[in-house]
Design a protein around this ligand. Structure first.
Ligand code: OXD
Ligand code: MN
Length: 627
């Protein structure tokens, strides 16, 4: 590693001074009176009216309407570099890549500051923070008032979903963050294409975002599902600020899906192609930072590759599903990019993610490494390359391998367009989506929960999903490593009452002629010595093969009290050094441990109290009777 002579770049915390520079001027409107004033380049009357209202409220100096072009992206980066929001990385090593460091109080989703805002609390249900909609509007209006003085307001039109898909949805985000504007270009189908998709329609999601002064005491992520509106203030963090993602594609979309008979889920979507060319599309729900990106981009072990197995990715975080005329569940990924966790990514854990972030990527809160020629590299824990002699850590402090702190924040992220993924599935952009052959639920459980089992049927599968437990991670603020119930990995993302959400899952079955088989996996079980018992990563292909074969009615399974489970000989373990004792331990179901598990599910059941769908009660009774 060359010696570090480059100066520490002066990064302005997001949300402070945005006064200098200007992007391409074609659709720039100067509202502060110094310079030429252009009309807003927005044809849709309902959007134009709303933008005018928001300008009056937020009082930006300038308004810039994004067109989604590469030229624009470069202009935005140039502006962001001038403002200290971005650092350009060494372009030989990282073509088109930039670095961003957020305010250190703003590095993860803030679930306690995230609200569902409706007239009645019952619409939000017992698992969401609720604010009366009128009160939320009043409170946030006070915060937005004049908040963009001295700043540029970016008008970001975007589409969630492949263009022309029956589920594709248009949103318009207004933001004072150039970081958010560029991220939205990477994560969604952004720009002129959205105006075309929208036409004159009034059906679009109104997304207003301001970094404010990035103060956690004035931070709110508010959803108004009845108004198709999102208001986010005081945070520049991805999940709080890129409003197309968690806010629209999960919280608002889950609410719309229930009204319109479709589903928005926190799932990856992948294709498993067998040697004979047969394709099985698999959707899998794991809580945040439990390996969805790694699983979606899995590289099969060598003997599988030689035999002709292939894995391709459609999405790594969100899936929208509907039932087609033939009664088949179909799915699309509404996003166009990845916002993935960086630490731990290396050529062993996820070579495809590494390849995806090789160009045109934003790195947020990893370590910045000054190089001898005055340019910058990046580094993170568990990188292939050894730690640099000196770096600037995610908080902007000098870091050396002797430091006791982490160089990259555990929730540091990369934003990359999905087109970068070497194993992108050809159907990722298909408006008709793909048929779902299997649904997998999984959590991070060091004890009790076996490697894999299959639900007896859809109803049982919904119960498994609804009672999913996982140890918490750094993706949200709060204690890490405690088991919490995370129904369908959607606990922080269900945009309405969980009771109605579960009923919706049960009801969707009635629309399907045949339904996908449902499975449960746990890659994280540990032995008495605290070591992981399953190698995970590419080796998960072995479990996936059994899942695909079960979904196609081909593989054997034994009946257990939890569900259908493979025997050792039903899983291809060739080339793996796992003893039969270890495999049996990995698949052990201990009735006493499961009694405790059922007790710990009470936490969720109590919250739902009298509102628990009856199917859930019956499934629990059946499980207890099997114990
Ligand atoms: C994410 C999350 O960023 O789930 O995907 O937190
Ligand atoms: Mn996620």
């Amino acid at each position: 590693m060359p010696t570090t002579t480059a100066p520490t770049p002066a990064l302005t915390p997001a949300g402070l001074d945005h006064r200098h520079g200007a992007p391409a001027a074609t659709s720039l409107r100067d509202v502060a009176g110094h310079g030429p004033s252009a009309p807003l380049a927005i044809e849709n009357p309902s959007v134009r009216r709303w933008v005018e209202d928001c300008i009056a409220l937020c009082q930006p100096d300038q308004v810039y309407v994004c067109d989604g072009t590469i030229v624009e992206r470069e202009a935005l980066y140039t502006k962001g570099v001038a403002e200290g929001v971005f650092v350009k990385l060494n372009q030989q090593k990282w073509p088109g890549c930039y670095y961003h460091r957020s305010n250190s109080n703003d590095v993860a989703r803030t679930e306690h500051l995230t609200f569902i805002c409706t007239p009645s609390k019952d619409t939000a249900g017992p698992t969401n923070n609720w604010m009366k909609d009128k009160e939320a509007y009043a409170k946030l209006k006070g915060l937005y008032h004049g908040c963009m003085k001295g700043r540029t307001m970016y008008v970001v039109p975007f589409v969630m979903g492949p263009i022309g898909s029956p589920l594709a949805k248009v949103g318009v985000e207004l933001t004072d963050s150039v970081y958010v504007a560029v991220n939205m270009q990477l994560m969604t189908r952004m720009g002129a294409i959205a105006w075309k998709e929208l036409g004159d329609s009034e059906e679009w999601t109104r997304c207003l975002h301001s970094n404010g002064d990035v103060n956690p005491d004035r931070r709110y992520v508010c959803h108004f599902p009845l108004d198709n509106t999102i208001w986010s203030f005081g945070s520049g963090y991805g999940g709080n600020a890129l409003l197309g993602k968690k806010c629209l594609a999960l919280r608002i979309a889950s609410y719309l899906g229930r009204q319109q008979d479709w589903m928005a889920e926190h799932m990856l979507l992948m294709n498993v192609q067998a040697p004979n060319g047969e394709r099985t599309y698999v959707a899998a729900a794991f809580p945040s930072a439990c390996g969805k990106t790694n699983f979606a981009m899995l590289i099969p072990p060598e003997q599988y590759q030689i035999a002709g197995w292939k894995i391709t990715t459609l999405g790594d975080d969100i899936v929208w599903m509907w039932v087609d005329e033939a009664g088949k569940l179909r799915a699309i990924n509404p996003e166009a990019g990845y916002f993935g966790v960086v630490p731990g990514t290396n050529s062993k854990s996820n070579p495809n993610a590494l390849a995806s972030m090789k160009r045109d990527t934003i790195f947020t809160n990893v370590a910045l490494v000054p190089l001898a020629d005055g340019t910058y590299d990046v580094w993170w824990e568990d990188h292939d390359e050894p730690a640099p002699a000196k770096a600037i850590d995610w908080q902007g402090n000098e870091w050396t391998p002797a430091s006791s702190t982490k160089a990259a924040h555990p929730n540091s992220r990369f934003t990359a367009p999905m087109a970068n993924n070497p194993v992108l599935d050809p159907a990722a952009d298909d408006p008709n989506g793909v048929p779902v052959g299997a649904i997998i639920f999984g959590g991070r459980r060091s004890k009790s929960v076996p490697l894999v089992f299959q639900a007896f049927n859809w109803m049982h599968g919904v119960y498994l999903g609804a009672t999913l437990g996982s140890e918490t991670t750094a993706a949200a603020t709060g204690q890490v490593g405690v088991v919490r119930r995370d129904p369908m990995a959607m606990l922080p993302f269900i945009g309405y009452n969980i009771r109605d959400y579960l009923v919706h899952w049960f009801r969707m079955r009635k629309k399907m002629a045949d339904c996908p088989r449902i499975f449960h996996v746990n890659w994280f079980r540990k032995n008495a010595q605290g070591k992981y018992m399953w190698p995970g990563f590419g080796e998960n292909m072995r479990v996936l093969e059994w899942i695909v074969n079960r979904a196609k009615g081909r593989a054997y399974a034994k009946e257990t009290l939890l569900g259908w489970m493979p025997r050792m000989k039903d899983i291809n373990l060739e080339g793996l050094t796992i003893s039969s004792d270890d495999f049996h331990e990995l698949e052990t179901v201990n009735a006493d441990e499961f009694k405790a598990e059922i007790l710990s599910q009470e936490e969720l059941f109590l919250k739902l109290a009298g509102d628990l769908p009856k199917e859930m009660v019956f499934q629990r009774e059946l499980l207890i009777s099997r114990l």
